[in-house]
Design a protein around this ligand. Structure first.
Ligand code: 5GP
Length: 349
C-alpha cells in the first residue's frame, strides 16, 4: 500500500510553486558543484559541509539559524558556470520527480564573479536551454531578501520588471523571502506596487513567525499567493482577525510541510495548519520550499500529506489540479489543467 502511494505520488503530474533554487540543490548537485570549486579549500570537508546544509526533523537549530545554511549553497553557485549547472540539475530533479510545471525562485546577488544582472541572465538562459530537452515548463520568480537595503530593493525590483518585459515567457513574479524576523514588510510596499503595476505577480512569505500586524498588512496588500501562512489561524500564533481576513480573501497558500516540521515552525505533521486551510477551503498548493536542505521531493510532500490527512488518490490529484489555477503563467494554465484532467480520467479518479 505504501509503495503504491509512493509511485502514485511520483506519477501524478505535479505543479511546484514554491522552490528556492539555492535550497533545492540535491546532494548529487552539490557534489558536482564542488568539483568546480576544488581549489576553494572545501574539498576535504564534504561531510561537515553536507551535515550543515541539511536540516532534519530533530535539528536543534532555530528557524533564524536555518537561514545560515544557504550561504553554503551560495559558495557553490557564485560563478555563472556553477549557477547554470545548479539550475540545470535542479530542473532535471523536479522533472524526474514528475513535476510538469515549476516556478523556480531565486535572489539575484553580486558575487566576486557575477553581478545581479549576470545572475538573473544566467538563470533565464539556463531555463531557455533546458526547455529544449525537458517536458516540464519552468518559470522564474525573482526574490528579494528581507535584509535588503532600500537601494537593493529598488535595484532588484527594476531588474525583475526589465526582465519580465524582455522575457515575459520566463519571468512571471516577484517575491519577498529571507529571515522573517528581519526587516519590515512596509519597506517593500512601494517596490511591490511598482512591480505589480508593471504586470508581475506577487507572492509573499507570510506568517512564518508570530507577527499579526505584519500578517494583516500583507493580507490587505492582497498578494497573488502567500508562502507558508503558519501564524494566521489563532491556534498557530495568528488572531481571529488575521484568520477571518484570509478566509474572506481566500489567498492561495503555498504549503511546505517538511520545511515547517524540520524548522520546528510546526511541532509535527499531524498538527500542521494544512488541516485548517483545507477545511476552510482556502486554496492550498503542496510545495517543497528547499528540497535539498530538507531532503525531500514534491512527490514525498504529496505522500506525507496523503498519509497525515487521510487524503485519497482522487483528493491528491485534485489538489494538483487546483494548483494549476494559481500558477503565474496565465498562458499555460489551460494546458496544465487538461494534462491533470487527462490523468484523472485515465486513472478513473
Ligand atoms: P536563493 O534565493 O539564493 O536561490 O535561495 C535561498 C534563499 O531563499 C535564502 O537565502 C532565503 O532568503 C530564501 N528562503 C529559502 N527558504 C526559505 C524559507 O523557508 N523562508 C524564507 N522566509 N525564506 C527562505
Amino acid at each position: 500500500m505504501a509503495l503504491a502511494l509512493d509511485s502514485f505520488c511520483r506519477e501524478l503530474p505535479k505543479v511546484e510553486l514554491h522552490a528556492h533554487l539555492n535550497g533545492s540543490l540535491s546532494r548529487d548537485t552539490m557534489l558536482q558543484l564542488k568539483r568546480f570549486h576544488a581549489d576553494s579549500g572545501l574539498a576535504d570537508q564534504t561531510n561537515a559541509f553536507f551535515d550543515e546544509f541539511q536540516v532534519g526533523a530533530g535539528d536543534t537549530r532555530k528557524l533564524s539559524d536555518c537561514f545560515q545554511v544557504f550561504s553554503i549553497a551560495h559558495t557553490l553557485t557564485s560563478t555563472p558556470e556553477t549557477l547554470a549547472l545548479a539550475t540545470t540539475l535542479t530542473l532535471q530533479d523536479f522533472q524526474d520527480d514528475g513535476c510538469c510545471y515549476l516556478e523556480l525562485r531565486s535572489t539575484p546577488r553580486d558575487t566576486p564573479h557575477m553581478t545581479k544582472v549576470s545572475y538573473i541572465e544566467t538563470i533565464i538562459q539556463t531555463i531557455q536551454k533546458s526547455s529544449r530537452h525537458l517536458t516540464m515548463i519552468t518559470r522564474l520568480i525573482v526574490s528579494i531578501n528581507r535584509n535588503s537595503t532600500c537601494s537593493e530593493i529598488d535595484e532588484i525590483t527594476n531588474l525583475a520588471i526589465q526582465y519580465y518585459k524582455n522575457y515575459p515567457d520566463i519571468v512571471v513574479g516577484l517575491e519577498i523571502s529571507g529571515d522573517p524576523t528581519v526587516g519590515s514588510f512596509q519597506t517593500f510596499v512601494p517596490a511591490l506596487n511598482k512591480a505589480r503595476a508593471a504586470g508581475l505577480k506577487i507572492s509573499l512569505h507570510c506568517g512564518e513567525v508570530c507577527n499579526p500586524q505584519e500578517v494583516m498588512d500583507m493580507l490587505k496588500f492582497k498578494p497573488d499567493r502567500i508562502g507558508h501562512g503558519i501564524c494566521i489561524h489563532p491556534n498557530y500564533g495568528g488572531t481571529d482577525e488575521t484568520w477571518a481576513k484570509l478566509c474572506e480573501l481566500k489567498i492561495p497558500v503555498e504549503v511546505c510541510l517538511t520545511s515547517n516540521v524540520n524548522t520546528k515552525s510546526s511541532p509535527d505533521y499531524d498538527s500542521h495548519h494544512f488541516k485548517h486551510l483545507y477545511e476552510a477551503e482556502i486554496p492550498v498548493i503542496i510545495c517543497t520550499d528547499d528540497k535539498g536542505v530538507f531532503s525531500t521531493s514534491l512527490s514525498q510532500e504529496y505522500r506525507i500529506c496523503a498519509e497525515t490527512f487521510n487524503l485519497t488518490p482522487s483528493k491528491l490529484a485534485r489538489l494538483s489540479l487546483n494548483a494549476c489555477q494559481y500558477i503565474f503563467a496565465d498562458d499555460t494554465r489551460k494546458m496544465l489543467n487538461d494534462k491533470l484532467l487527462n490523468f484523472i480520467n485515465k486513472n478513473a479518479l
